[in-house]
Design a protein around this ligand. Structure first.
Ligand code: CTP
Ligand SMILES: C[C@](O)(CO)[C@H](O)COP(=O)(O)O
Length: 256
């Protein structure tokens, strides 16, 4: 007999949509290239298109939104022909990543009565649908607050005041490196982010969505990500990202 019962996750998805917001309004200055890094090719495809594809292919995501700089001259030429109108484009990028996210949420908050939002960096092109689903399912099943992909820190971490001398060693058992996507209720994140960005001292410390929610007094859930979900930041990161993308595209037998 056909099983028509929905599980808990399916039932919640049906009621509350999940919107993926990809931040792509940065300039990629640390790569040293005039072309913003999200448009540089990885294995023949622009970095931003890899991130769009992974989120678009995630069953839990109902809408993919890309945030661009108002001056962006590359998206229409390099990405639009690949993705067509499957993606909602918002040319509302700000001075900082946090401001870009806040400007996008300002638009989306008008569009959705209730939604989850997953904020992702275009600079993390090796994200996979499996990781997106893992984050989504963990948050829906275990956290009313929301959560982030993150990795337990494996190196010994030094605190330095001057960048020259090590002052102390932190307890790495308590340290996690945050990745994206980061998933929260859209209106809750928007309200917290708008409030936080009013004070420039607070705004300086807002480097991801989880830090806003922590500032607002709640504790996001940490869901283990993957080492492949790196943030392409410096010139040498491109080759590593290409390795992970190529590896993920191999047929399963070839991985054995
Ligand atoms: N004003 C900004 C700054 C950054 N980002 C996005 O946030 C993500 C993470 O930021 P980062 O890796 O720092 O990218 P850039 O700011 O572009 O790089 P850099 O700091 O080297 O200039 C990137 O996908 C970037 O496009 C954004 O949407 N708006
Ligand atoms: C959001 C993030 O990717 C989590 O690790 C990171 O904080 C972005 O930092 P950046 O200063 O914008 O590179």
């Amino acid at each position: 007999m056909e099983n028509t019962a929905m599980n808990t996750t399916d039932a919640m998805v049906a009621v509350v949509p999940t919107v993926a917001v990809i931040c792509a309004a940065g300039s990629g200055s640390r790569t040293g290239s005039p072309l913003p890094k999200q448009y540089r090719e990885l294995n023949g495809v622009p970095m931003l298109a890899h991130a769009i594809k992974a989120l678009f292919n995630s069953a839990c995501v109902q809408q993919v939104v890309v945030v661009l700089s108002p001056q962006d001259a590359w998206y229409d030429v390099l990405i639009a022909p690949l993705v067509g109108d499957a993606v909602q484009v918002l040319r509302v990028g700000g001075e900082t990543r946090a401001q870009s996210v806040c400007n996008a949420l300002d638009v989306l908050d008008e569009q959705y009565d209730e939604a989850w939002v997953m904020v992702h960096d275009a600079a993390r092109p090796c994200i996979t649908p499996a990781l997106v689903e893992a984050l989504h399912d963990a948050v829906l099943l275990h956290s009313a607050v929301g959560g982030v992909l993150a990795m337990p820190v494996v190196d010994t971490i030094k605190l330095s005041d001057d960048g020259v001398l090590a002052k102390k060693t932190l307890d790495r058992k308590k340290l996690w490196a945050a990745q994206t996507p980061q998933m929260f209720k859209l209106d809750v994140l928007y309200n917290a982010l708008s409030d936080a960005l009013v004070d420039e001292h607070v705004a300086e410390g807002i480097t991801d969505e989880a830090s806003v929610m922590e500032w607002a007094g709640v504790s996001p859930m940490l869901i283990e990500g993957h080492v492949s979900n790196l943030k392409v930041t410096f010139a040498h990161d491109f080759e590593l990202a290409e390795f992970w993308l190529e590896r993920a595209s191999r047929p399963v037998q070839a991985l054995a």
